[in-house]
Design a binder for this molecule. Sequence first.
Ligand SMILES: Cc1cc2nc3c(=O)[nH]c(=O)nc-3n(C[C@H](O)[C@H](O)[C@H](O)COP(=O)(O)OP(=O)(O)OC[C@H]3O[C@@H](n4cnc5c(N)ncnc54)[C@H](O)[C@@H]3O)c2cc1C
Length: 464
Amino acid sequence: MARVAIIGAGQAGLLAAHDLLRHGYDVTVYSDKTPEQFLADARPTGNASRYDMALDYERQLGLAHWEREAPIANGIFATIVPAPEVQLLTTIGRMSKPSYAIDVRLQSARWMEDLEERGGRVSIENVSFERLDEIAAENDLTLVAVGKQASRLFARDDRRSTYPEPQRNVALVNLTGVSQSVPYAAAQDLFPIKVNIYPEWGEAFWIPWFSKDGLHCRSLVFSAKPGGPIDRFGSLADGAEAVATALEVIREIAPWDYDWFKDGELPDENAWLVGRVLPIVRDVVGTLPSGRQVMALGDTAQTLDPIGGQGANNGNKMARSFVESVVEAGEGPFDAEWMRGAFDRFWARHHDIDVWNNMLLDGPPPSGVDYLMAAYGATGRSDDDSPQQRLADAWAENWNDPAELTEDFFDPERVRARIAAAFGGSAEAAIMHGKLEVSRQQLRQQTGLAPKHPGPSVPPTTSF
Ligand SMILES: Cc1cc2nc3c(=O)[nH]c(=O)nc-3n(C[C@H](O)[C@H](O)[C@H](O)COP(=O)(O)OP(=O)(O)OC[C@H]3O[C@@H](n4cnc5c(N)ncnc54)[C@H](O)[C@@H]3O)c2cc1C
């Protein structure tokens, strides 16, 4: 069977390795870290919360080892906050299947060991450019899955890339000893990814996370527009400072969440991260000095801003799609034309991930705002069968597979059709009702009262 080399033992590289191995390919993974180093010395490369479609792949490969013990997330609870004293709008959608964020350090360590047990090879080396050429010479296909720092080899694909530079300054601080439920949610069986959106300043979101040492945590992700009050993580000295800064920022911009996290602690000294991410799609073909060609995979092929929690999901879907293309090609040849064809196939099915993620960076289109207005009032309770809840649930499901809603979200007619179907009546009336409710809550806030959200919908006949 054909020989495949995979450079990088992250999420994308290891899943492709396991899948190729089960299809009978001769697989070697090259990792710059041993399993022990992943656990003792490494930082997590991200939160990597994954939704059902991506998790399904891991289950099929027999790699979903932690679902019984890890905390779940089962919804998205977003609050739009134009200013700390104004919670303008909440959208609370439930997902039909739980999502998990397993510490990628734990996964890499275990999945490398699993690979060797199943007959694959793992070679510990930091692969240089020159060495990559040697590896490519020894293999029929070489996949480069070394994360987002691979610009030297894989050119930007201008047709598919949207941004010339990073859009946010990002910080990740994991805290253990904190509750998994949202203290003020109407549904106590809802363990959502909590998102606070500040149109001027960026975003902050809190995601259930399972640490390498088995601790239940919330990952706090700060996604800062430069110069605003979230943008305070640039020069941190250590983890203690990361936690202190995170709490300071929360107290200032999301005071309603401060008590939730104030007693939290880092689960281990490496469980934090600061950086900038350039969202980019690359030409997956890298040509080496010898003229040999290697193929990008995962973040190396396409990097997404963390805002939509899509990067690792995207990597899973890409690995699965690439392996399908490999299996169809059998022994190859795995030349440049085949590589680009394999990426085109992935892109045709999954490019909505990019569109959805970019929409979160740029803000919703007017049709999307109408959709969210119509969904206003969803409580997130499992017994809430209101039209608002159905719309909010479809919106939350889109995190799992952005092909579900993304196109419609940008299309005023399709948005109206969805709203009309959910309400069994006029879309305009439903949008107007949502807008009215949002305005009423704003008025409450202007008169010093707490908004009646997050929480149950206020029926149209009730006055405040
Ligand atoms: C703050 C933050 C939050 C995020 N949250 C989410 C989320 O909620 N959901 C989601 O889906 N995604 C999320 N992401 C994105 C997600 O973490 C990444 O998309 C995913 O981990 C990338 O996986 P990968 O395998 O492509 O690359 P990586 O995880 O970067 O793995 C690459 C591996 O290759 C190794 N390597 C590098 N160079 C070499 C070399 N020369 N030789 C050998 N080995 C090498 C690296 O050490 C690493 O182990 C987030 C990212 C960030 C920054």
